[in-house]
Design a protein around this ligand. Structure first.
Ligand code: PDD
Length: 284
């Protein structure tokens, strides 16, 4: 069945949605994106994603072609039209089409695209019961990882390197410290304390991260925001990642070595439960 996608103000069958070969998203990766998860037909943390989208656009001096209210309506329309129970909504805004030039064009109209991906059973992923395996790789991305741009080739290379080693994902390391996962934020737990890198230009300010740290504090869990090393991760009691599409996902192996007992830890399991429960309550 053909999906309905949203392109520049129109709802179109996916085959009819076309973007110019001159689009700067295509030529320069001059675009930003957001991924919002859908559970039971409702959007998880829409507001957080809308706020971060505006920040990414502002950092790149890119016009926002849509109001927050209209953006919510488009998300809802796509979820309804494509009958999404569990899944996600992908949103991308680029600077638009213009003759190829490194300087930003003055008069290009931004391109806005949204589409859905159905992921039945997203919240009951069997992976969460097993946990995932990660490897460590050097972080060779650009320096403004706080802006959610569509330049995702290095993270793709990282995922492929992980797969080649029989793992699921990679944690990236810069100057001896873990920055984040290829498409998620990274955490370890030691002696009951949750440790995750502090915010800065080096990592994406995860919407799931913000929610999870809020819930952890509310549940009287100890949180320390600071850089940590791969050696600390290997010696940790447990580890996990967070993202809009994985929620809270336990990590059970690092570079072939078991973390803790080698099974999902109690803190990660508890946080996943709390996150899903609280996010569903607040879903729109
Ligand atoms: N990725 N760090 C990176 C590099 C990411 O790409 C993502 C999200 C996160 C987690 O952010 P959030 O909790 O707001 O999803 C951290 C999305 C899911 C993706 O690219 O598919």
């Amino acid at each position: 069945m053909s999906r309905t996608v949203y392109l520049n103000g129109e709802y179109l069958p996916e085959e009819e949605a076309k973007v110019s070969v001159f689009d700067r998203g295509f030529l320069f990766a001059d675009g930003v994106y957001e991924v919002t998860s859908v559970l039971g037909g409702k959007l998880i943390d829409f507001d957080g994603h809308a706020v971060r989208l505006q920040r990414s656009l502002d950092e790149l001096e890119m016009d926002n072609p849509i109001s927050k209210e209209d953006l919510l309506e488009v998300h809802r329309q796509l979820v309804t039209r494509n009958e999404i129970g569990d899944g996600l909504v992908y949103l991308q805004i680029t600077r638009g089409a213009a003759d190829r030039d490194f300087a930003y064009p003055k008069d290009a109209a931004p391109t806005i695209v949204l589409f859905t991906q159905a992921k039945p059973g997203l919240a009951t992923s069997p992976l969460a019961d097993k946990g995932i395996k990660v490897i460590s790789i050097a972080d060779e991305r650009w320096g403004r990882r706080d802006i959610k741009t569509v330049q995702l080739l290095y993270p793709s290379m990282g995922k492929m390197a992980a797969k080649a080693q029989g793992a699921d994902d990679a944690w990236m390391v810069e100057d001896g410290f873990v920055t984040e996962g290829t498409s998620n934020n990274a955490y370890i737990v030691k002696d009951g304390k949750i440790i995750t890198r502090h915010l800065g230009n080096e990592i994406l300010h995860g919407i799931t991260r913000a929610a999870v740290l809020r819930f952890a504090a509310a549940a009287q869990m100890q949180v320390e925001e600071r850089p940590f090393t791969i050696e600390e991760a290997k010696a940790a009691d447990e580890a996990f990642i967070t993202s809009a599409s994985m929620f809270v996902m336990p990590v059970v192996e690092m570079d072939g070595e078991a973390i803790g007992s080698g099974a999902p830890g109690t803190v990660a399991k508890r946080l996943r439960e709390i996150y899903l429960e609280e996010s569903l309550k607040a879903a729109v």
